[in-house]
Design a protein around this ligand. Sequence first.
Ligand SMILES: NC(=O)c1ccc[n+]([C@@H]2O[C@H](COP(=O)([O-])OP(=O)(O)OC[C@H]3O[C@@H](n4cnc5c(N)ncnc54)[C@H](OP(=O)(O)O)[C@@H]3O)[C@@H](O)[C@H]2O)c1
Length: 324
Amino acid sequence: MEYRFLGRSGLKVSELSFGSWVTFGNQVDVDAAAESMSAAYEAGVNFFDNAEVYAGGRSEEVMGAALKKLGWRRSSYLVSTKLYWGLAKGPNEENTLNRKRLIEGTNGSLKRFGLDYVDLIFCHRPDATTPIEETVWAMHNIIEWGKALYWGTSEWSAAEIIAAIEIAEKHHLHKPVMEQPQYNLLVREKFEKEYARLFKDYGYGSTTWSPLASGLLTGKYNNGIPKDSRGALKGYEWLHDGLTNAESIARVKALQPVAEGLGCTLAQMAIAWCLKNPNVSTVITGASRVSQVHENLKAAEVATKLTPEVMARIDAIMGNNPNQ
Ligand SMILES: NC(=O)c1ccc[n+]([C@@H]2O[C@H](COP(=O)([O-])OP(=O)(O)OC[C@H]3O[C@@H](n4cnc5c(N)ncnc54)[C@H](OP(=O)(O)O)[C@@H]3O)[C@@H](O)[C@H]2O)c1
């Protein structure tokens, strides 16, 4: 496993990391979580991603209990959480990055994890109703109080991120250092174009999500929605359109021979493709079972096989011209 700096910070993150969205607290209990986390950790993964809203808070409880069971040195791994949507209804309890929500949210997450601090904390979405200055001050305080070590954004616009960085610089506050955006073979535009200046001029880090587009890029949805897949889960019906999109499926089918030529699975090739972008600090993988963890973490070896010729072939299939 290679380790990359999280942007211009001094923090090293494994290039492949492991997240708990959908899985922990829904498909995966504490024992299965510990099994998958252990497989990832043994392969060199040092970053485990989470959010307060995953499984309504249960995902943090499951990960916290798994960490307790695993008993790893606290200094050997990184844990994150993300705040925005909240866990209760109320004017200051949902859909906000105001000071009250961020501080109460952080305290709630730490309690559910059973941790003294998280390593990374993200503002899970932008909030157009709270001044960015208020959010930056609150995140700065959370770091000053030792409740989190680094803070970042998720799915903010480049303009919002730059505004936050500049406010922090003006007041000598802790700056956000990383963004958590979606990035995969089907969704690449924002990361590659809108964020280009963030990476070049500001050295912003990135922890990218859904490298397999929720599993679509494994080829498992080529003939409909399998019963034991994310697409069949209650509450995730909103994923159906994307997972059964005819154009996407046709492209996935066309990618299959490329993966076969490399001697790897489609999942490994899709994850490896994300790793080829040097602006990616870490690719957050997801898995509902340990066999997927073993398969997906081999993607790091596959990345070395993605020559410029192979990358061009993949671009041609996906209909993406990165230079346009
Ligand atoms: N910041 C944000 O807004 C945001 C949003 C989404 C995710 N994230 C983070 O990113 C992490 C990864 O996202 P993701 O879970 O959507 O990643 P993903 O890699 O796109 O999808 C993972 C899912 O695909 C299936 N899968 C994985 N490997 C497979 C394999 N080798 N063969 C067959 N199926 C396989 C599994 O689902 P089934 O087995 O159930 O089909 C697994 O749970 C999340 O856990 C979370 O930490 C962040």
